[in-house]
Unconditional design. Sequence first.
Length: 311
Amino acid sequence: MLELRRLRLLRELSIRGTIAEVADVLSYSPSSVSQQLSQLETEAGVELLRRTGRTLQLTPQAQVLVAHTEELLDSMERAEAALAATLSTVAGTVRLAVFQTAMLAIMPPVLRELRATYPNLRVEMSQQEPEEALHETSSRNFDLVVAEQYPGHAAPHYENLDRRVLTHDSIRLALPVRGGAGNAEFDRVTALEHAANLPWVVEPTGAASRHFAEQSARLAGFEPDLRYETADLQAHAQLVESGNAVALLPDLVLRNDPSVLRAVELPGAPVRTIFTAMRHSSAQSPAIQAVRSMLHQQPGMSDAAKILPKH
């Protein structure tokens, strides 16, 4: 009889690529993972792993087991959700991944309402970059994710995730308020192209927001002076407010204190899409649905039934 716990280790290895990463994600020791996989080979009676240089490769037989393990995990998740749905109380733990601005602007009232409405529900929230959060939710290390998608930069799509639009967030050119000492160059900006000679603050290379900022500037006819780099959008706002840089910021950041920042509309009025995603196999989980529904019921949020198109 094959053991599901060991099958999951094999599945994780197919996702992560190394025993060390599997051990880290599942809080095992690498030696324990290796021993369990060896035991699985004995139970299966076939070779599952083949070493090529310093890397381990899954054999065709291992790939067959991984595919069936996905089905087993889906079935287990559906069974757990169905069992929980028979109870009169919403309880349990929901592991939630959220990007920074959503954590600051959206989550505080949601968590407060959840605590008041479902006292037996525990929400564990972690700040994660959207691409990583989607991957980890697909891999079952989170139950629900709040992620973002910038214009012209589609977020990764996973077949086992149900994605639904939460809200649309306008993106604008952020500048310090007019009249500050030494801000004359910033005060003259009334359109994107006027910011061609000013310093910019952007997220690190690879971030969707950075790609969007670079492309927006190039479409306006100039190469932006990317002088400051940080993944913290609150730091972006501080650098803009203090007259050190301009930035393309979404409304969730700009609305925190509109008295200290000035916003200029961008050509085409671009918006980023904020959405939630959860596995199809956990669709009937009362706990996960309670968290997702509370998010979508917040003022200004979009219709929860609107599903994002595939990319």
